[in-house]
Design a protein around this ligand. Structure first.
Ligand code: TIU
Length: 222
């Protein structure tokens, strides 16, 4: 068993044989200029800062035999899985499906919807395209995790309070132990990231645990 004694709010113990990493939505559309994140009015440079740590986390999991699952928030070319409520809300510069500098915004197969190079999936890794913020909604993630026998999920990716937190809550309700890596997740709003980390681990780990990448690495190498 692996134990992170300094995880918050208290130690977490898990078996690497029943653990998987989920890297959420590390896509150009959120992390690079000209994509979905920027059309919503956000400064994407904040998210770029976690790419090296997320890459190191993915490399560590690969090295330890922990399956790595990648997700991408994107919609079918015909937008048949895009609810009008999602497309029409607010006043972004470009809406989902519109042509942008990296192809159609948040559409599968377009450059913007793809994962940034530094954390790109390798051959046998599952990549899940998801139409929602949560990775369990309208995907085969549950079935895949059941097949793997996964009990503990390690979380990384963007953005902390939107797709990462939504997926972590979905996973928690499905009976998984959830660990969020603090320096491998980021928000466009630092105060939202801080609040999310606090609310996840409050009330005796009501949603799950958090730790730094270094704490996880030390535990796995221990
Ligand atoms: N806007 C925002 O913060 N996030 C999203 O729309 N999707 C994800 O978090 N992936």
């Amino acid at each position: 068993m692996t134990q992170i004694s300094t995880a918050q709010p208290f130690q977490i113990t898990f078996d690497t044989a029943t653990t998987a990493l989920i890297a959420i939505d590390m896509q150009r559309d959120f992390i690079e200029p000209g994509g979905f994140g920027e059309t919503l009015g956000n400064d994407v440079s904040l998210l770029q800062a976690i790419v090296p740590t997320t890459a190191a986390l993915i490399a560590l999991c690969r090295d330890k035999g922990i399956p790595v699952i990648h997700t991408r928030e994107c919609h079918k070319q015909d937008l048949s899985d895009l609810p009008p409520a999602k497309r029409d809300r607010g006043a972004p510069k470009l809406r989902i499906g519109d042509q942008g500098p990296m192809g159609r915004i948040l559409v599968a197969g377009e450059d913007g919807a793809d994962i940034v190079e530094q954390v790109y999936p390798i051959a046998d890794e599952l990549v899940i395209d998801k139409p929602g913020k949560g990775a369990f909604f309208a995907t085969n993630l549950s079935a895949h995790l059941a097949q793997l026998g996964t009990k503990t999920l390690i979380f990384a990716g963007v953005t902390t309070e939107v797709c990462v937190q939504t997926t972590m809550r979905e996973a928690n309700d499905r009976g998984f132990e959830c660990l969020l890596i603090e320096d491998a997740t980021e928000s466009y709003f630092p105060e939202f990231k801080a609040a999310t980390l606090e609310m996840i681990r409050a009330q005796g780990a009501i949603v799950g645990w958090t730790s730094t990448f270094a704490e996880l690495k030390d535990a796995l190498n221990g």
